[in-house]
Design a protein around this ligand. Structure first.
Ligand SMILES: Nc1nc2c(ncn2[C@@H]2O[C@H](COP(=O)(O)OP(=O)(O)OP(=O)(O)O)[C@@H](O)[C@H]2O)c(=O)[nH]1
Ligand SMILES: [Mg+2]
Length: 421
């Protein structure tokens, strides 16, 4: 037991040493405001890039890989990013500001899943702020959506073209590690760009006449995978139900017949990138291209700036992403982490007390898990990421409580999960 504790402690400490020389997040609100409010004097090369795409396509993961820090919150569930914010990658000569945005969704979808309306407007609002390059991210492993651009995406691409005529847009096909047959990607690009990239016609690719046996096997696997995912993801649930119905009742047609890929294409993409953010494949090319789009100008942020989220908001979004990763179905969407206490001690360790606000006792028990096992995992994973982001030791206390409880709050009413390094 003690050995395991020691190993964990050593592991965390070695991470600090590795990152000691690197830029780290401001650890207090005062430091953060100073970085954001003091105007930069530096003139150099600068570029602003916004990442847009359907929910869960990997926008935040791509930004994390580009800046080589786990700043943006990522989870396996959709709607992890709730608002747009800037993340900067600054070197001596260049400042690249990357804008993470929530998944582009229709307001009806937002209403159905009780998502705030600001989330629908956020990607459009991000484009109002002088975006040089608009990166449209597609999940190449999603066979149902990888061949067309949603209407929301097209609206954003049009908006960008109007607001920044001298800007450009690029297509980023992500998650290629999860595409069994890489040849399929050619067909995807063909239909997404209508065969035109950088004002040049691409070679006409052949469309395969029939589905091969391999593809059929893969589709069966995909169906099984989606059924499993349906327990966690409301979008997957809808899709898997449709898939199930279409295979049972041939009269209803296949999924693709019922929801034919709409021919929504964009012929103004300047470049296409095929990447895998988790495997870090193709990210150097993408970073290099984005750097090449930089132009001379006054930097938007100071050199020390990393992310336009105050430290408490950042900590809350990290814990929220771990709740999404560890809890099933809609429960984690309903939970609200709130920082109650934030304190940097003389030894440089950060002490964070956070409430996880639930609406019912059932949510409290689900979040805690049997003998507090789930909350312990959430707490460990959150603390680990907080240590990396803030570059210091973090003592995190999570309090899971029902805010609607009529019982008088007593100290032992608060169920506590505490993990500290
Ligand atoms: N296999 C694979 N998974 C990936 C890749 N990139 C991201 N993911 C996974 O996709 C899931 C969603 O990633 P996010 O970065 O949160 O996606 P997002 O587009 O920011 O999602 P929202 O903020 O919810 O719109 C996570 O589980 C990632 O680990 C990739 O290249 N390959
Ligand atoms: Mg995101």
């Amino acid at each position: 037991m003690f050995a395991r504790y020691l190993i964990r402690r050593l592991h965390v400490s070695s991470e600090f040493r590795l990152r000691a020389g690197a830029q780290s997040m401001p650890r207090t609100l005062g430091d953060f405001h100073e970085t954001v409010t003091t105007p930069p004097q530096h003139e150099g090369n600068r570029v602003r890039v916004a990442f847009i795409g359907d929910p869960n396509v990997g926008k935040s993961t791509i930004i994390n890989r580009l800046v080589e820090k786990d700043i943006c919150s990522v989870s396996r569930k959709p709607h992890t990013t709730r608002e747009s914010y800037d993340v900067a990658l600054t070197t001596d000569e260049l400042q690249m500001v990357l804008v993470d945005t929530p998944g582009a969704i229709h307001r009806i979808h937002a209403r159905k899943h009780r998502l705030p309306s600001e989330m629908v407007a956020a990607p459009g609002r991000a484009l109002e702020n002088d975006i040089d390059v608009l990166a449209a991210v597609i999940d190449a492993s999603d066979v149902y959506r990888r061949e067309y651009l949603s209407l929301e995406m097209l609206k954003l691409l049009h908006q960008h073209r109007i607001e920044k005529p001298d800007g450009c847009s690029i297509l980023v096909l992500n998650k290629v590690d999860a595409v069994p047959n890489k040849r399929d990607l050619l067909g995807c690009i063909e239909s997404l760009c209508k065969g035109t990239v950088g004002n040049q016609k691409l070679r006409k690719w052949e469309v395969k006449p029939d589905i091969s046996l391999k593809e059929k096997i893969w589709q069966a696997e995909e169906r099984r995978r989606m059924k499993k995912a349906a327990n966690e993801d409301p979008i997957a649930e809808e899709r898997s139900e449709d898939l199930e119905r279409s295979s049972e009742n041939p009269d209803e047609g296949t999924y693709k017949q019922r929801y034919p890929p709409r021919l929504e294409t964009w012929t103004h993409f300047e470049r296409v990138f095929i990447v895998s953010a988790t495997k870090n494949d193709g990210m150097d090319d993408l970073r290099e291209y984005l750097s090449s789009r930089a132009q001379k100008g006054i930097w938007q942020y100071r050199k020390e700036f990393i992310v336009k989220q105050d430290p408490t908001e950042l900590a809350e979004s990290i814990v929220k992403s771990k709740l999404l990763d560890h809890l099933d179905r809609e429960v984690p969407y309903l939970l609200v982490p709130r920082v109650m206490n934030w304190f940097l001690d003389d030894a440089g360790s950060l002490h964070i007390d956070m409430n996880i606000r639930c609406q019912t006792d059932r949510q409290v028990t689900t979040t805690l898990g049997r003998e507090g096992r789930i909350i312990a995992k959430i707490s460990d994973a959150s603390r680990q990421q907080l240590c990396n982001v803030f570059g210091c030791e973090v003592v995190l206390k999570l309090f899971v409580l029902n805010v609607k409880s009529t019982k008088k709050p007593k100290s032992d009413d608060k169920r506590v999960a505490e993990r500290s390094s």
